[in-house]
Structures are given as structure tokens and as C-alpha cells.
Design a protein around this ligand. Structure first.
Ligand SMILES: [Zn+2]
Length: 87
């Protein structure tokens, strides 16, 4: 983890503005994108939210299956497993 040297105040509602330069760098679009929030010891880590596969955790091309994201690779794997069952 590297420092940006940027310090931002927390407002009365607990909000912190993420600097525009950082939002541009991560292609974060206002009122469209979301952040996933992680904690580690005394750190709060924000990661641009990209729906990831429930099986492998990859966040590339995913499809929704009964409310869960599944990547195309895992769909192929499931298809191969299904084919072995049908043999
Ligand atoms: Zn997957």
C-alpha cells in the first residue's frame, strides 16, 4: 500500500470525499459506481466494486444466476461437470 499524501476531513455525517484525480484514475463514475469496504487492523480500504464470481472470485465478465455472479470460465467448468454426469 502506498500513500497518496492526501488528507481529507470527515464531515458531520461521516462522509469523506475521494479526490477527483483518484476517481478518474480508477474510472469511478459519480452516482454510477460503488465501493466495497474492507478493514485491516486500523485501516479502512475502499475497492471499486466489481461483481465477482461466487466460485473463483474473478471480477471479469460475469452473468447473474439466481442472484449470484458466475464467470464464464466457471460456467464452462460447470458445463463440463454436467456433461460427465450425462455420459
Ligand atoms: Zn468463476
Amino acid at each position: 500500500m502506498r500513500t497518496t499524501g492526501i488528507i481529507r476531513p470527515v464531515d458531520k455525517n461521516g462522509r469523506v470525499v475521494i479526490p477527483m484525480d483518484l476517481r478518474k484514475q480508477l474510472n469511478v463514475e459519480n452516482e454510477v459506481d460503488s465501493f466495497e469496504i474492507f478493514t485491516e487492523d486500523d485501516k479502512i480500504i475502499l475497492k471499486k466494486y466489481e461483481p465477482s464470481c461466487i466460485f473463483c472470485g474473478e471480477a471479469g465478465d460475469t452473468l447473474k444466476l439466481k442472484g449470484h455472479n458466475v464467470c464464464l470460465d466457471c460456467i464452462d467448468r460447470l458445463q463440463k461437470i454436467k456433461n460427465t454426469i450425462n455420459e
